[in-house]
Design a protein around this ligand. Sequence first.
Ligand code: FES
Ligand code: FE2
Length: 436
Amino acid sequence: MKHFSAPGTEIYWDQAIYEREMATIYGSAWLFVGHDTMIPNAGDFITNYMGNDPVIVVRDRSNAPRVYLNRCRHRGNKVCLHDSGSTKSFRCSYHGWTYGLGGELAAVPLLDKAYDADFPRDELGLVSAARVTTYHGMIFATWSADGPSLDDYLGEDLRWYLETFVFDDPEGLEVLPGRHRYVVPGNWKMLSENFGGDMYHFASTHASIVMLGRAGQADRIQANNDLRGADTTFYSVECKGDRNIPHGLVQLTCGTGTNTAELSQAATISPDAVAWVRARHERRRRLLGDRPSEAVAFHTGTIWPNLSMNGFGAAFYARTFLQWQPRGPEETDAWQWAFVEKSAPPEVKERMAFVLTQRQSAAGLVAPDDMDNFQRMHDVLHTARAGKLAFNYDLGAKGEASLIPGLPGTVMEAVSERYHRSFYEYWDSVMDESRR
Ligand code: FES
Ligand SMILES: [Fe+2]
């Protein structure tokens, strides 16, 4: 392995570095902005962010998702003030410029009386993302007109895992109403790297939930990603997109024990739940084909740069997408949506939402443990002496070979910091380009 030189810790607090990240990393990446089921009909919209730029995601009259900078072309007011809704147009609250669903400047108060005839109204529509693409209902956008397609950006390896374990339901995923939002006192990269490759922290950071399991309380923790048979083995997976874009998956589960345990749990819910779980296992077996492993799920992951996933490790855990919204170098707004498989019976969907809320939520049994760490890390991040000490990323997976060659990506020991190293090497290469 070539020597990895850890970046200085100023990348977690320096304002100038943060601003360059927003312009370069977030200016060129494909970024998640929403899901088809959040805006099912023409005129439906949500608001989101691409880096620190606020955007409107709206379904236009031809039913295509469009993504616009949420900024009036007159004097810069936000033109959409709501998290979600349905509309025929966006009217700015300041002077009343009004934009259509196609982003065009549709109406200007006093246009005929107070503006010259050559007022360039056609050039003053909302600024649109350069490209918008939907992948299994997930809407992604980028400010960059060049660069890889979304398929190449994700890469064939990651797409295989997503299509086998995330988007495998024949009816697709649907978002549950609402979302969790909470402020994390930490830099966005800490959250992305944690979800994309850090199984090392689980036993220590989340010791309380592990202890509850050992104390015989596992049935009270409706957290069946803990379900495992004696034959279960965990791995991590590194998947590279175009130009080494790093994506990471944690807790790839191989072995038949999880399927058996899921069926027993389904039996405590309803006969429909048992039938649904059986169909799900059968579908997965077909998708896996003759791959040389008993892979059944992965639990957590990160798609570069700031979209993480959680809850894919078990049938009864709501499928969760978490977006780490940068709010300056030392603060991140966590946005978290719960999805369920459309084909699941209602009682299973209810269980999924419950399990998620109990674990990965602002007041759950798992998420607050992580946030406490990030708070403490930032307390000593750039004090006089601590600010000069680099972090360490030397753990594990020094060989290049995949442990299960028949599976896509590089399958490695569950506990490793190989993904972290790829994450910062890629980060450095993008930031480096911007310095030239
Ligand atoms: S700022 Fe929007 S109309 Fe003036
Ligand atoms: Fe954690």
